[in-house]
Design a protein around this ligand. Structure first.
Ligand SMILES: [Zn+2]
Length: 197
C-alpha cells in the first residue's frame, strides 16, 4: 500500500513537472500567432516616413484580434501588475512598438530605470507617436497616454522623470512589442542623471 502511495506521488510530480513546460510554450505560440493573425499590425520603420493613417476599428473587432491580456490593457485601460511585465528592466537597444498596430512609440534611448515596476521612458520616439488625455479616475489627477495611431491605452505620464524632459512615461509591457536595433547609450546617461537626482 505504502509503495502504491509513493508511486502515485512520484507519478503526480512527473505530471505536474511536465505540464509546466507545454503551458509556457503555448503562451509563446499564442503571442506570436496573435501578432501574425492581427491584420492591423504593421510595424513602421521609425526612421522612415511617419505613417499618419489612423486605425479606427470597434472594440468588438479588437477583441477578435488581440489576446485577452492585451485587449484588457489596450481597450479597457487596464494595468499590468508591477514587476510582472517583460520590459520593466529590459535594457537592450532598439525600438518599442505598439503591439496592437505596429506604431513606433519609444526608442531605448528614451528609456530609463525608474524602479517603479513598469517600463519607463522620458520621451516618446516622436511627437505624434503618442496622444494624451486627462484621467481623473480613482480619485487621482493623471495624464493618460495612448498610441497615436490606434488609441490603445499605453499607461500614464508623470512629471517626476529625469532631464531633459522631466517626464516619466509609465507604460504597460503587455502593449509593447520590441525590435532590437540601435540605441541605449543615451538611456544609460539619463539613468545616471536620474539616480543622481
Ligand atoms: Zn497602436
Amino acid at each position: 500500500m505504502r509503495r502504491l502511495i509513493y508511486i502515485s506521488i512520484i507519478y503526480s510530480l512527473i505530471i505536474t513537472g511536465c505540464s509546466n513546460q507545454p503551458a509556457k510554450q503555448t503562451n509563446t505560440i499564442t503571442m506570436d500567432s496573435a501578432k501574425n493573425s492581427n491584420p492591423v499590425f504593421s510595424p513602421q520603420d521609425p526612421a522612415g516616413k511617419t505613417d499618419t493613417g489612423k486605425v479606427e476599428i470597434s472594440n468588438e473587432e479588437w477583441k477578435k484580434i488581440l489576446p485577452a491580456d492585451v485587449y484588457t490593457i489596450a481597450r479597457e485601460k487596464g494595468t499590468e501588475r508591477a514587476f510582472t511585465g517583460k520590459f520593466w528592466d529590459h535594457k537592450e537597444g532598439g525600438t518599442y512598438y505598439c503591439l496592437a498596430c505596429g506604431n513606433p512609440l519609444f526608442n531605448s534611448n528614451g528609456k530609463f530605470e525608474s524602479n517603479c515596476g513598469w517600463p519607463s521612458f522620458f520621451e516618446p520616439i516622436s511627437k505624434g507617436s503618442i496622444i494624451y488625455a486627462p484621467d481623473n479616475t480613482y480619485g487621482m489627477k493623471r495624464t493618460e497616454v495612448m498610441c497615436g495611431k490606434c488609441k490603445a491605452h499605453l499607461g500614464h505620464v508623470f512629471e517626476d522623470g529625469p532631464p531633459p524632459t522631466g517626464l516619466r512615461y509609465c507604460i504597460n509591457s503587455v502593449i509593447l512589442d520590441f525590435s532590437a536595433g540601435s540605441g541605449g547609450e543615451k538611456a544609460k546617461d539619463a539613468e545616471k542623471k536620474f539616480d543622481d537626482k
